[in-house]
Design a protein. Structure first.
Length: 302
């Protein structure tokens, strides 16, 4: 299957995104990732979800590299500057997990701090489950793992329904519009709505090229256990109980998908875990509170 490659000019002159592209080959596909900071430094593995891409971490990368970290921020296959398969049915969470495993092994990443949010949680925590020796600590933000311990919120059930036939996003797939509205409603944003729209729509010139983002909401395990890797997520959730590495939770408390109550419940499961709340932050807290998140991370890491 020939992948679709987003034209490079779509990524030119994006505000606050001066980073050099890097590419990793996985099963004939090019996966884009950022690699900033000294290669000898400990690694910050920065994982995005939907409908975002590595652009989401643009404000966190400079202060983290200044603090001595090597920042690796991949774009999942089908997102950002990575190759895109145009068939919705090609995508599964297992494939995203396998692509990321290949990147970690190919770059021989060690001393990793996992920074995960949204789908970056299930995809990233799978790596820790399978390769714990490569990881030093967790930074968990507004995400989840499927298990009996987690109760899906009304917000996430509504989000899933919106992408099914008859739902409000079924025929539109508004990646840029979703983020434009989110960014423009944040008082401290340095992006205009038009700049946010361009940046988050940059990877997706056509409706066909949006197959990857379109598939994520339809891969939530309560609706699609196989595509959403429900059994593997349950395995990862059980494995977390055994990890001795530090676990730091940073939570946007104005998120109706992964609520404040869920952040409190999940973090309290682990003795010694920390929970830092950002009351006014919503689901995409990296977009609105990047500097505060970095300050919390560096304080917790010490």
């Amino acid at each position: 299957m020939t992948p679709y490659k987003t034209p490079e000019d779509r990524f030119e002159n994006l505000k606050e995104y001066p980073f050099e592209p890097h590419f990793h080959s996985w099963q004939g596909l090019d996966q884009h990732f950022l690699d900033e900071g000294g290669r000898d430094g400990p690694v910050m593995l920065l994982l995005h979800g939907m409908p975002t891409w590595s652009y989401l971490y643009r404000r966190m990368i400079p202060p983290l590299t200044l603090a001595g970290y090597r920042c690796i921020a991949p774009d999942h296959i089908g997102f950002g500057n990575s190759d895109k398969i145009l068939d919705d049915n090609w995508y599964s969470i297992e494939k995203h997990c396998n692509a990321l495993t290949s990147l970690i092994e190919d770059e021989d990443l060690t001393r990793i701090t996992l920074v995960c949010q949204d789908w970056g949680g299930p995809i990233g925590l799978r790596q820790v489950t399978d390769m714990p020796e490569r990881f030093e600590r967790l930074i968990v933000m507004n995400t989840w793992l499927h298990s009996d311990f987690h109760e899906y919120s009304e917000g996430i059930r509504n989000w899933n329904a919106a992408w099914h036939p008859g739902g409000r996003f079924y025929d539109t797939n508004p990646c840029g519009e979703l983020m434009k509205n989110y960014v423009s409603n944040f008082e401290g944003s340095t992006l205009t709505p038009e700049e946010a729209l361009r940046a988050y729509d940059a990877p997706f010139p056509t409706m066909e090229s949006r197959a990857g983002p379109r598939r994520f909401p339809l891969s939530i395990p309560f609706d699609n256990p196989e595509g959403g890797n429900a059994a593997q997520q349950e395995r990862c959730f059980a494995a977390m109980d055994t990890w001795q590495m530090p676990k730091h939770f940073i939570w946007g408390c104005s998120d109706n998908v992964f609520t404040e109550a869920w952040g409190e419940k999940w973090s309290s499961r682990y003795p010694g875990a920390t929970l830092d709340k950002i009351p006014e932050a919503g689901h995409f807290l990296q977009e609105t509170h990047a500097r505060e998140i970095v300050d919390i991370m560096l304080r917790r890491i010490g």
